[in-house]
Design a protein around this ligand. Structure first.
Ligand code: ZN
Length: 101
């Protein structure tokens, strides 16, 4: 059962690159965001065309919401191998406390 894809007035579906996932927050979310600088988990995500600002749908998919609430990290380049063959000494970032008696 194929449901018809909604399109904006430009004819973009939510798969289009110009259609962005925009997190929408609840009122409390906005309060958190503006007063405390906390990025709350969005209530839902709206697919909005960046050309005409028309929304072509929304989702409450927890995976999408989590992706929107988490800070964006650049994708790790998988062409480069991790620094294991460079022979650098492994340094402990946290000093180990040795209890002495
Ligand atoms: Zn559009």
């Amino acid at each position: 059962m194929a449901r018809p894809l909604r399109t904006c007035r430009c004819g973009h579906t939510k798969e289009h690159e110009l259609v962005a996932e925009e997190p929408e927050y609840t009122l409390w979310g906005w309060i958190l965001l503006s007063m405390f600088g906390i990025t709350p988990k969005p209530d839902h995500v709206v697919y909005r065309c960046q050309m005409c600002r028309q929304s072509v749908g929304s989702t409450r998919d927890p995976k999408v919401l989590a992706r929107k609430s988490a800070p964006k990290r650049p994708p790790a380049p998988d062409a480069e191998a991790p620094a294991s063959s460079s022979g650098s000494p492994a340094s402990d970032p946290q000093p180990e406390e040795s209890p002495r008696t």
